[in-house]
Design a protein around this ligand. Structure first.
Ligand code: GLA
Length: 509
């Protein structure tokens, strides 16, 4: 395997620069932000950024743009990158206003890779490995520290009693404990009420700094209830103080779960479901740095209709996804008719990518029960749906196949497309192949032909079946291969649970 990873690295060494930043990047006026320009290709590479607005600097050595923009507006920056194999140039627009995450956030989460055993050293090691494998060069930019990084109260603590006495069957209130995490028992907050990291995150400020130095952003996790799902301290009653703490430590992203808040929600009304998110959303907006807000309440009350009103940029649309076909298929199929709720800054989140070595909670995070074709389908469907992309894999166990799924810039570009539209399930063919289509910024259509059946499907895909009545250039995105110029149909051979991911471009008359 090492040999194959080396081959991958060698191939990269011969590439000319390719700038993978999306067209637009949103920042809030007056807030601190930073952005590491994702560019793949052989190193050394000289990267220049020109036409930077007032208040923004470019660190040439690190390839990082950072600062703060006072005036609302669109600032078009020219990026050039050159190495011994060639030169690339791209315009990149910083949109300063009140919107973040104009394209779906991309990163890695500790949840399926290390699960509850995650420690700060694992997070730092992952950042170093992501850098080593060049994942940052494709836009994988946030490392999210998931549950549990705070302390668990003693089992005599009244909070357990309170929660258990207040069981409210109508509103999801799940939490674990009181004795599930013996190595995380401790004091929840200091004398001033500030959250205390548990013994495995003692140097959290330093760790965040080191990860920032590598050019990555850092995400953190909390719950609006007094306890998180794992049963450690959440933010209930300390929302503003926690938002201030998150900003002080330097976090760039917050995943805010629901666990244990259910006992406080009076009912399932939209108002009650929105309440805790609005509180934290407003608290985050007050902070001096941009912090992306990710809602994690499993789709309750059709969150896709109102998540943005709380200040959120992304919201989980269902339960935790697992590495089996039924689970991933259900997660994306649920979004077949929800594209109208997606636009730049508003993303439906079907959960963390089940690609590579996942399953930390049950299997030490070093295997995957999905076939390779199924994992390719997961990546393709998440990109078609404009879903946030968070790597679930333990990067220590990454293999060349996983790396190939995570470093195809034509596939990732479908996810990061500036138009910000999500695919719809346009039609299901007679052979049960599903046709998912997504409009792209440059006028192309991205199409996923998904074989959800258990047998291979051979057929001719007629473009007219989706109302594409012209002649088209077709391109296979996974294989980066042109399929023909004046096409009206395409012969397809798709393995069970596999996908053909193509784009169609209309021929100019
Ligand atoms: C919930 C979330 C998961 C993860 C765990 C942590 O189950 O849905 O993504 O954050 O909590 O305990």
């Amino acid at each position: 395997m090492l040999c194959m990873i080396l081959t991958h690295t060698l191939t990269i060494a011969q590439q000319k620069p390719q700038i993978n930043s999306p067209e637009f990047f949103g920042v809030r006026t007056g807030k601190h932000f930073f952005y590491a320009i994702p560019i793949n290709g052989s190193r050394p590479m000289a990267i220049e950024a020109k036409n930077l607005p007032k208040g923004v600097n470019y660190d040439k050595k690190k390839g990082i743009i950072s600062g703060s923009i006072a005036e609302k507006g669109k600032y078009r920056i020219e990026i050039t990158a050159s190495n011994k194999n060639g030169l690339a140039k791209k315009y990149f627009t910083i949109a300063a206003g009140d919107q973040l995450a104009l394209t779906p956030p991309m990163g890695w989460s500790s949840w399926y890779s290390y699960g509850r055993k995650a420690k700060e050293a694992d997070i730092l090691k992952t950042a170093q490995l992501m850098k080593k494998y060049g994942l940052d060069q494709y836009g994988w930019s946030i490392l999210e520290i998931d549950d549990p990084w705070t302390n668990q109260p003693d089992d005599k603590d009244p909070v357990w009693k309170q929660l258990n006495n207040k069981l409210n069957k109508d509103v999801y209130q799940y939490h674990e404990g009181p004795n599930n995490l013996p190595d995380r028992k401790g004091i929840l907050r200091d004398g001033n009420g500030e959250l205390l990291p548990n013994q495995h995150y003692k140097n959290i400020e330093q760790t965040v700094k080191q990860i920032h130095e590598l050019g990555f952003k850092v995400g953190i996790y909390s719950s609006p209830g007094p306890l998180t799902c794992g049963g450690v301290a959440g933010s209930y009653g300390h929302e503003l103080q926690d938002a201030q703490y998150f900003a002080k430590v330097g976090f760039d992203y917050l995943k805010y779960d629901w666990c244990s808040y259910g006992v406080y929600a009076k009912d399932n009304s939209e108002e009650e479901l929105m309440k805790p998110y609005l509180l934290m959303g407003n608290a985050l907006k007050e902070q001096p740095r941009d912090i992306i807000f990710s809602l994690c309440q499993y789709g309750m009350g059709d969150v896709w209709k109102w998540g943005h009103k709380t200040g959120g940029q992304l919201w989980r649309t269902g339960d935790d996804v697992r590495d089996n076909w039924a689970s991933v298929y259900a997660a994306f199929k649920k979004l077949a008719d929800k594209s109208e709720y997606v636009q730049p800054g508003r993303w439906n989140d079907p959960d963390i990518l089940q690609i590579g070595a996942v399953g930390a909670e049950s299997r030490e995070g070093n295997s995957n029960h999905l076939t390779k074709e199924e994992q390719r389908t997961v990546m393709s469907m998440w990109c078609l749906l404009s879903a946030p992309l968070f790597i679930g894999a333990n990067v220590e166990h990454i293999d060349p196949f996983t790396l190939s799924l995570l470093t195809n810039n034509e596939v990732i570009a479908v996810d990061q497309d500036a138009l910000g539209k999500a695919a719809n399930l346009k039609l299901t063919l007679d052979n049960k192949v599903e046709v998912w289509t997504k409009e792209l910024y440059d006028g192309r259509i991205a199409i996923g032909l998904l074989n959800a059946t258990d047998t291979a499907q051979n057929f001719d895909f007629q473009f007219s079946s989706i109302g594409a009545d012209s002649s088209y250039y077709a391109r296979d995105l996974w294989y980066k291969k042109n399929l023909g110029k004046q096409l009206k149909s395409l012969p397809c051979k798709i393995p069970p649970h596999g996908i053909l991911l193509i784009t169609l471009k209309k021929l100019q008359k």
